[in-house]
Ligand binder design. Structure first.
Ligand code: NDP
Length: 291
């Protein structure tokens, strides 16, 4: 029977590893190990130390950046065995991921960059989206396993393309979040009811996931529920800037988003808050609340 391992039980990893454990023998590891123990209790996974993780047939990572993934790859190197497939769910960097993949390849371990979308809600419901880069063979091996928690799984190209597509996707999220926040504060300042404006935009051509879901659930509700950190989105914009740089195509808007979110991080004074803190920042700058 197939053995899975999951490293990084954060906001995304915790529920994903839970779905895996319902179907496969699943080893779990987390830096703060209490989370692995809690996970075992909740889902019947098995907390394991690093040396045991190497026994997995398929090994997942979901860590903040490619740096942590590369670090884990080096730590695990002595325990890895040929034939293991490393599926990286981190929203990472194409370039560093290719280096990590090369190091793993020396041990006969193949690597797939398999970025996630759909947020924590999608992960919990087992309806995540996956955009994967790597070989067709590795993708074919990983796909049925990822189907336990993903509703849409697309092989977008060779190694690194999953990370690249994800970075562009998240830059689009950033554009929509920033733009809708600007528009809404302007409307509210002039006396328009935020709920009515949002209702009609969501039946019009300016709608997006930000207007249809995020804004109602987190901004109008004043909950600003923290499931995706501002710092992580800013990180994705840095990756997108590198992707654009590598392509050498003109991209004045997407490039600019990185600077916008660096400013937001400084002004908000925290990277741990939810990314919708951007709406609150624009409210502060404008002296109105979006309501
Ligand atoms: P979290 O901050 O919730 O979790 C991060 C995880 O990484 C934790 O398990 C943490 O361990 C671990 N970790 C952090 N630093 C290290 C380290 N140096 N060594 C080992 N483990 C480490 O992040 P998310 O789950 O939100 O995000 C994970 C990845 O998924 C990111 O790349 C993010 O951009 C991406 N993503 C997030 C989405 C979301 O909606 N949240 C959606 C799609 C993608 P510990 O518990 O010890 O802190």
């Amino acid at each position: 029977t197939m053995k899975a391992a999951f490293i990084g039980l954060g906001a995304m990893g915790y529920p994903l590893a839970g779905h895996l454990a319902k179907r496969y023998e699943t080893l779990v590891w987390n830096r703060t190990f209490d989370k692995a123990l809690a996970h075992a209790k909740a889902y019947g996974s098995r907390p394991a130390d690093l040396s045991e993780l190497g026994q997995a047939d398929i090994l997942f990572t979901c860590l903040p950046t490619s740096l942590e993934v590369d670090e884990m790859a080096h730590k695990l190197l002595p325990y890895l065995r040929p034939g293991t497939l490393w599926v990286d769910h981190t929203s990472g960097e194409p370039e560093l991921a290719r280096k990590t993949a090369q190091v793993l390849q020396e041990k006969g371990v193949s690597y797939l960059d398999a970025c996630l979308s759909g947020g924590v809600a999608g992960a919990v419901q087992g309806r995540a989206t996956v955009m994967a880069g790597g070989s067709a063979e590795d993708f074919a091996r990983a796909r049925p396993v990822m189907e336990v928690y993903a509703a849409k799984i697309v092989h977008v190209g060779p190694l690194g393309s999953g990370h690249a597509v994800k970075a562009v996707n998240n830059a689009l999220l950033a554009v929509n979040l920033w733009a809708l926040s600007e528009g809404m504060v302007a409307l509210v300042k002039q006396g328009v009811d935020a709920r009515l404006a949002l209702e009609v935009i969501n039946a019009s051509s300016g709608r997006s996931n930000v207007s249809e879901n995020l804004f109602g659930q987190r901004v109008l509700s004043r909950q600003f529920t923290n499931t995706f950190a501002l710092g992580l989105l800013a990180k994705d914009l840095g990756i997108c800037a590198k992707v654009l740089e590598a392509a050498g195509t003109p991209a004045p808007l997407l490039r600019q988003m990185r600077e916008f979110f660096e400013i937001a991080k400084r002004e908000v004074g925290s990277t741990d808050v939810d990314h919708t803190a951007v709406a609150r920042l624009l409210e502060q700058w404008s002296g109105v609340e979006i309501r």
